[in-house]
Write a protein that binds this ligand. Structure first.
Ligand SMILES: [Zn+2]
Length: 257
């Protein structure tokens, strides 16, 4: 049974603005720039952007992806993140539950989008969204129908523990970093979400996604050599998103069986 209609309505209405904020996080966190006090500027000409240039989704379309002042192209990443944030809010509403459940789910999906974009663009997984994701994943486990806190903690320990061991082993064997610390920290939250039994599935799907990404981009990045960096954190986040969709679909189809 859905809560009052106002919450889904507010969620959809605010999602593009949240997406706009997530775009700021993606743009600034990996550069270690201030995310609150710094006014938004064009990265080309440095002009401080006006309110009318910052309307989520709308401004980018009206300006056709170009700065109003110097006409240089604006990276499409912010627009994509705003669009994805709106999509995530819609998915959280379709998955249903109380206002709290929808809110927590939307927040969790928004964090996945942020981390995916950071890893795809910068090959970095900033600590702040990674830590919040871990907390939200644990909170999600305690919601009705969730696996409970104990399962989530075991999942987090297995996820992060196995990755830490893998990173350590690879470093010992090869003498260089093969798996970043960001991926290890990310697995605290994703392991908590997946739970102990689905961690192997989550990692397997992520590995297949990373392989697919490597094959699709091999031309522009000069082959498939062992030194090739892959955004594995992004693959893990997408895999977790897919697992969430499968689980939500399962819950939704229950009454039909
Ligand atoms: Zn400009």
């Amino acid at each position: 049974m859905h809560d009052a209609i106002w919450f889904p309505f507010m969620l959809v209405l605010t999602a593009p603005a949240v997406g706009s904020f997530l775009g700021v996080l993606v743009d600034r966190l990996p550069r270690r720039e201030d995310i609150v006090r710094l006014r938004s500027r064009c990265r080309s000409c440095g002009t401080v952007l006006d309110v009318k240039d910052l309307v989520p989704l709308v401004s980018y379309i009206i300006l056709r992806g170009r700065c109003r002042h110097c006409h240089s192209s604006i990276p499409a990443q912010s627009f994509h993140v705003e669009l994805l944030a709106l999509g995530a809010a819609v998915l959280a509403i379709i998955a249903g539950g109380s206002a709290a459940e929808m809110g927590v789910t939307a927040l969790w999906l928004w964090l996945l989008i942020t981390l995916t974009a950071c890893d795809l663009i910068w090959f970095r997984l900033p600590n702040a969204p990674t830590a919040v994701l871990a907390l939200v994943s644990l909170a999600m486990a305690t919601l009705p129908g969730g696996p409970g806190l104990q399962q989530a903690v075991i999942g987090a320990l297995i996820g992060a523990g196995s990755f830490a061991l893998l990173a350590w082993g690879y470093h010992k064997l090869r003498g260089r970093v093969g798996l970043g610390q960001g991926d290890v920290k990310l697995m605290v939250g994703l392991g908590a979400f997946a739970g102990p039994f689905d961690v192997p599935l989550l990692v397997l799907v992520a590995a297949l996604l990373a392989l697919l990404f490597a094959l699709l981009t091999r031309r522009q990045s000069g082959g498939l050599g062992p030194m090739r960096a892959l955004p594995f954190g992004a693959a893990l986040c997408i895999s977790a998103g897919l697992l969430w969709i499968v689980r939500a679909g399962d819950v939704l189809s229950l009454p039909l069986r």
